[in-house]
Design a protein. Structure first.
Length: 202
């Protein structure tokens, strides 16, 4: 694939390729990587794997298998290049909607999903590959959680990153919506983000 640029993730020694026109990993991706809890010999599924960066993070553990599903074919090509070059464990990539993915249930599911609703997005924004990684066009949070439950072992672990500005009421509602969809309810809500000017949203 032409036009790829070499980058690194968290550590300068952990290299991978990104395409300038595709969605790039960001601070959210790095934070999710820090929260991932993967044990030896587990099978890991990344929903919306993009360039495979979170699978490469999982590859640092002695996993049994890395699995990525991604609807955008050009992104799958980049992930294939990255995993062939940098991964040390067996991997499989599926170029299809997660709604159509049929595999044996996995031990761990990770995802850095689109988190902007399409109806809340400026209609003048061009829906290119970068925007498709940010906006719920191909995958809503409801669909993500539904199929994560379908593809996860009963004793498995899922880690989903949710964007939340604690001064923004809609972001807080969205974070609660995702939590309730995934776990059924919110038991405890803690704000330690130090955003308390004028007693903001929280």
């Amino acid at each position: 694939m032409k036009g790829l640029k070499k980058d690194y993730f968290i550590d300068e020694n952990r290299e991978l390729y990104q395409h300038p026109d595709h969605f790039h990993f960001n601070t959210d991706t790095k934070l999710l990587a820090c929260f991932m809890n993967i044990r030896k010999r587990e099978r890991v599924l990344d929903i919306g794997t993009n360039n495979g960066v979170l699978l490469l993070e999982a590859d640092l553990t002695d996993v049994k298998e890395l699995i990525g599903v991604e609807i955008q074919d050009k992104a799958v090509e980049v992930a294939q290049i990255n995993l062939e070059k940098y991964a040390h464990h067996p991997f499989s990539l599926y170029n299809c909607p997660v709604q159509e993915l049929e595999i044996e249930p996995v031990d761990v599911i990770i995802s850095n999903p689109p988190y902007f609703r399409e109806n809340a997005t400026n209609p003048e924004i061009k829906m290119n590959m970068r925007q498709l990684g940010r906006i719920e066009v191909n995958l809503t949070l409801e669909d993500l959680i539904c199929h994560a439950h379908r593809l996860l072992k009963s004793n498995g672990t899922d880690a989903i990153e949710v964007k939340c500005d604690v001064t923004n009421v809609e972001d807080i509602r969205n974070a609660c919506r995702v939590t309730e969809l995934d776990f059924g309810k919110v038991d405890v809500l803690i704000n330690c983000a130090a955003a308390a000017k004028n007693a903001g949203a929280l």
